[in-house]
Ligand binder design. Structure first.
Ligand SMILES: [Ca+2]
Length: 179
């Protein structure tokens, strides 16, 4: 919320400065992606301590973030002033991360983990939701996926990807031991 407030204050100040020279409506603002905004807002509302860190990324906890798909990449690039992940990162997964997607073929919202610990996916609104993943961690680490208290699936690093529809694991994971 702090970021949004600051942006509004900045926009208001800019508008005031430019009000003499620039006709109303002439300022170019990035078009609002209402689906994206809803997803971001819902996450901020449901995960305690969540913080928006870019146009389409919300930090959920230390070492945990969620990234939402964007329709207008150009707008995101402009709006984040170059600090957003590279465009290609949406389809891939940055080195050092375990990434999981809500849909198959690495599509839809993506949750990213970089801390080596066991995470309860329900705490982030991701229980029974994962449909594909990419284990892009480095080194000889092994990730375990849990359904209830039982480890039902595992995957080593680096870079192994999988769709979970064909192996009976779709929308089943409740927790993950990142490494
Ligand atoms: Ca489950």
């Amino acid at each position: 919320m702090r970021i949004v407030k600051a942006a509004l204050v900045g926009a208001a100040a800019t508008a005031a400065l430019l009000s003499v020279a620039v006709p109303a409506g002439a300022q170019s603002a990035a078009p609002v992606d209402s689906t994206l905004e809803q997803q971001v807002q819902q996450t901020l509302d449901t995960v305690k301590g969540a913080e928006r860190i870019s146009v389409n990324t919300v930090r959920l906890a230390e070492g945990v973030s969620v990234t939402f798909p964007v329709k207008d990449r150009k707008a995101v690039k402009a709006a984040t002033n170059g600090v957003a992940p590279r465009v290609d990162d949406w389809f891939g997964c940055s080195v050092g991360y375990l990434c999981m997607w809500e849909h198959v073929e690495m599509s839809g919202a993506r949750i990213n983990f970089t801390n080596c610990r066991t995470e309860n996916l329900w705490a982030y609104g991701w229980g029974n939701r994962v449909s594909s993943y990419s284990n892009n961690q480095t080194g000889s680490v092994y990730t375990l996926f849990y359904d209830g208290d039982t480890a039902v699936w595992g995957e080593e690093a680096t870079g192994y990807r999988r769709n979970l529809v064909d192996n009976g694991m779709n929308d089943r994971f409740d927790a993950v031991k990142v490494c």
